[in-house]
Design a protein around this ligand. Structure first.
Ligand SMILES: Cc1cc2nc3c(=O)[nH]c(=O)nc-3n(C[C@H](O)[C@H](O)[C@H](O)COP(=O)(O)OP(=O)(O)OC[C@H]3O[C@@H](n4cnc5c(N)ncnc54)[C@H](O)[C@@H]3O)c2cc1C
Length: 302
């Protein structure tokens, strides 16, 4: 049963970052409520890589193990659902869920990830997380030496090209519109033998998420086995906005080295506040947020 008295902490989002924060807090005997809608961003990928001890496991398996371990701490409670609104009443935060339940806490941790706004290119969504990928550290090794594309432009494309080039030299860039490269950047790409295609992408050809190429608006079919894509994102729902959290220019919640946001009593961790997107980093920043919230509670009462 869930106690309705004020919790010490409510954590919005119970994936890697939120569960990690909950573990620090549960082990500190804090009364914690995790509200989670069960839709982590990596649910589309069959295997998660680059997290020690869990390399190659299914994302859901890692999360399930984490949930089981956090469940062992009896001051940590779970609610399945979506946190819809957050308001501040005196020194408390009141979180209302989509089903109309309201919960109160002294502190708040936002661990609700980000929303990937996939471009409307036929075939892309089906292949997202399988052969259309976001990160060379997470999936690059599995596609080493394969026919690889990068869908990006500007500085991000150059950044990614440098990283991917060491994994596959069979590399081409697709800007899906006029390229925004400096002369210096173009020289770099030419030197590396990376062709730049500025034509619009009409569709991505795939079967069960496995791509075999993309069609450009000239009608040309470009065979590919993997496509890295830089995807625009937004914060999930309106929670950070409603609280008045300052965002960075890139759109992440601005936090200090203790994961504190610009709003007193509110911390953020995981993808919502970091350009480096990984399970390891979500766990690390979640653990920091949990410990720092605990410290703030200690300072206020001891
Ligand atoms: C396709 C893909 C593949 C990836 N592969 C890898 C990989 O191989 N290795 C790796 O290290 N990283 C990988 N990543 C990155 C990694 O998945 C993320 O960095 C990590 O999931 C971030 O954890 P998080 O807890 O911050 O957010 P998420 O895991 O996205 O979880 C956010 C949680 O908050 C919940 N939520 C959102 N809004 C609300 C709300 N209002 N109320 C209640 N709950 C809410 C969601 O349902 C979700 O459960 C991948 C990412 C993607 C997109």
């Amino acid at each position: 049963m869930i106690p309705y008295a004020p919790f010490d902490v409510i954590i919005i989002g119970g994936s890697y970052a939120g569960l990690s924060a909950a573990m620090s807090l549960g082990r500190s005997r804090r009364q914690v409520l995790i509200i989670d809608s069960g839709l982590p961003c990596n649910r589309f990928t069959p295997h998660s890589h680059n997290f020690l001890t869990q390399d190659g496991k299914a994302p859901a398996e890692i999360a399930q193990r984490a949930r089981e371990q956090v469940h062992q701490y009896d001051t940590v409670h779970f609610v399945e659902g979506t946190a819809n609104t957050v308001t501040q009443v005196d020194s408390f935060f009141v979180v209302e869920t989509a089903t109309g339940e309201a919960f109160t806490a002294k502190k708040l941790i936002l661990a609700n990830g980000i929303k990937d706004n996939l471009p409307d290119i036929p075939g892309l969504a089906n292949a997202w997380g399988k052969t259309v990928i976001h990160c060379p550290y997470c999936h690059g090794y599995e596609f080493k030496d394969q026919k690889t594309g990068i869908l990006a432009h500007g500085d991000r494309a150059l950044h990614l090209a440098g990283l991917v080039y060491n994994l596959s030299k069979d590399l081409q860039l697709f800007t899906n519109g006029e390229a925004e490269f400096t002369a210096e950047q173009r020289t770099k790409l030419t030197k590396a033998g990376i062709l730049v295609h500025e034509e619009r992408i009409i569709s991505i050809s795939e079967k069960e998420g496995i791509i075999d190429g993309i069609t450009l608006d000239t009608g040309v079919f470009m065979p590919l086995q993997a496509l890295y894509a830089v995807i625009p994102f937004t914060q999930q729902g309106g929670v950070a906005d409603a609280l008045g959290c300052t965002l960075t220019d890139a759109g992440h919640i601005k936090v200090d080295f203790m994961q504190k946001t610009s709003v007193p009593g509110v911390y953020a961790c995981g993808d919502n506040s970091s350009p480096m997107r990984s399970v390891a980093l979500a766990v690390s920043t979640g653990s920091t947020a949990g410990a720092m919230v605990n410290m703030e509670l200690v300072t206020e009462s001891f």
